[in-house]
Design a protein around this ligand. Structure first.
Ligand code: NDP
Length: 443
């Protein structure tokens, strides 16, 4: 049995009942074999056995009092996966579906993603099964403060720097950072995704979505085409979806859809992004409300955006949102490229369909790395007490996404096939972490 298959088997056995963690291991580990065949020293140093085991996992109680005076208890997590190349870095997710399994899969992906950015950041992730949806601001604040009453002792500007993710936007970051500051007395860059008025970076809000489109632009360029005139289908209607759609539209594409966990809207004239921002960012409403603002648009509470014919598909909601059947629909409708804004958007059998069909497919760890890249730029600005203009940060983001694309496609060409961006991203992200782990000894 090969080194990667042995570690895959052992790690699955050691971590029963964690299907999402198993899924990311199954996607990543086997693709590393060609590199490991050339570097026997990795097996001798137990690199894989170490990289699949988080350096530290913290699980904690989060008690808080709701608006009716009732005590609620949620569970909080922070998984500090790998700090070989820098402080742990990765978002915090608040969603009722969050378990240790979710946080481990996200944290493992984050190691490779952060390495691909070329910036000195290790991998981690955190969150809670708390659902901010339908809660008052006061309830969200009470929860965030309690969450931080435990988390603060595990994080720091030079050790572990959380950010946002599903359910954690500017409001939640404000509350958790405020409590962190209150407890520690420190005003520093322990969180990224902060509002501009207290240390945030320009372009951080837009970074994941814009970065996704800059990456997809490179994919289209490899087919000698551009976003101009393309039909783009977007899922989700949160932070990543909105800014991916905005950038695609700026590049001349027509964005047809947005969705949430209840249904999706289709606007044949091209979605009006400002209306979506108004509904989602200002009113905290549901995407179904879009049809009351824009004539000609339709709302569907059945079906899925992947059935809508398109040239480019940008999944921006959550993991496993594209299954085999959805992949087949995209292929049948002659979609050219799928780039993941959400983490692990695609099930393993759907990835297989994409790879068999020849459609261009980019995994999230490469395509959505723009968010964490600009987070690292926020950390740099916080340390230096300097601020860069929107144009400066946006230019750096573009440069980083282009460089990730080159690194991923060159690595793919060397170790697999040119368009195997899955192998390219996995091996490309692995190499630096592996080299550093070898240099730092068995720790
Ligand atoms: P938001 O919370 O802003 O938005 C999430 C969107 O996805 C909402 O429209 C939500 O709908 C929808 N969604 C969430 N869960 C489900 C589900 N189970 N089924 C259907 N729809 C769902 O999150 P973000 O935009 O920040 O994150 C989206 C994805 O991008 C995640 O996978 C995240 O890990 C990834 N990502 C985010 C980064 C960032 O910088 N924010 C960086 C890199 C990756 P509803 O309101 O109904 O729940």
């Amino acid at each position: 049995m090969s080194y990667t298959m042995r570690v895959l088997k052992e790690t699955k056995e050691k971590n029963p009942g964690q299907p999402e963690f198993h899924q990311t291991l199954t996607e990543i580990l086997p693709t590393l074999q060609p590199y490991l065949d050339e570097h026997q020293e990795c097996e001798e140093a137990g690199i894989l056995e170490r990289i699949v085991e988080p350096e530290r996992q913290v699980i904690f109680r989060v008690p808080w009092v709701d608006g009716s005076g009732k005590v609620q208890v949620n569970r909080g997590y922070r998984v500090q996966f790998n700090s070989a190349i820098g402080p742990y870095k990765g978002g915090i997710r608040f969603h009722p579906s969050v378990t240790l399994d979710t946080i481990k899969f996200l944290g493992f992906e984050q190691i490779f993603k952060n390495s691909l950015t070329g910036l000195p950041i290790g991998g981690g992730k955190g969150g809670s099964d708390f659902d901010p949806k339908g809660k008052s601001d006061r309830e969200v604040m009470a929860f965030c403060q309690s969450f931080m009453n435990e988390l603060y002792r595990h994080i720091g500007a030079d050790t572990d720097v959380p950010a946002g993710d599903i359910g954690v936007g500017a409001r939640e970051i404000g509350y958790v950072y405020g409590q962190y500051k209150k407890i520690t007395g420190l005003v520093n860059g322990t969180f990224t995704g902060k509002a501009l008025c207290y240390g945030g970076s320009l372009v951080r809000k837009e970074a994941t979505g814009y970065g996704l489109v800059y990456f997809a632009e490179q994919m289209l360029a490899s087919l000698k085409t551009t976003f101009e005139g393309k039909r783009v289908v977007v899922s989700g209607s949160g932070n990543v979806a909105i800014y991916a759609a905005e950038k695609a539209a700026q590049l001349g594409a027509k964005v047809l859809t947005f969705s949430d966990s209840n249904g999706y809207i289709l606007d044949p004239a091209g979605v009006d992004i400002e209306t979506v921002k108004l509904i989602k960012e200002k009113q905290r409403g549901r995407i179904s409300e879009y049809v009351h603002h824009c004539k000609g648009a339709e709302y569907f509470d059945k079906g899925i955006v992947w059935q809508v014919p398109c040239d480019v598909a940008l999944p921006c909601a959550t993991q496993n949102e594209i299954n085999e059947e959805h992949a087949k629909a995209l292929i049948k409708n002659n979609c050219l490229a799928v780039a993941e804004g959400s983490n692990m958007s695609t099930t393993l059998d759907a990835v297989e369909q994409f790879q068999k069909s020849g459609i261009l497919y980019a995994p999230g760890k490469a395509a959505n790395a723009g968010g964490v890249a600009v987070s690292a730029l926020e950390m740099a600005q916080n340390s230096s007490r300097f601020f860069w203009s929107f144009e400066e940060v946006d230019k750096k983001l573009q440069g980083i996404m282009q460089s990730i694309y080159r690194q991923v496609s060159d690595t793919a060409e060397h170790y697999a096939t040119k368009n195997d961006l899955v192998a390219g991203a996995n091996i490309g992200g692995f190499i630096k972490v592996c080299e550093v782990m070898l240099l730092q000894g068995v720790i």
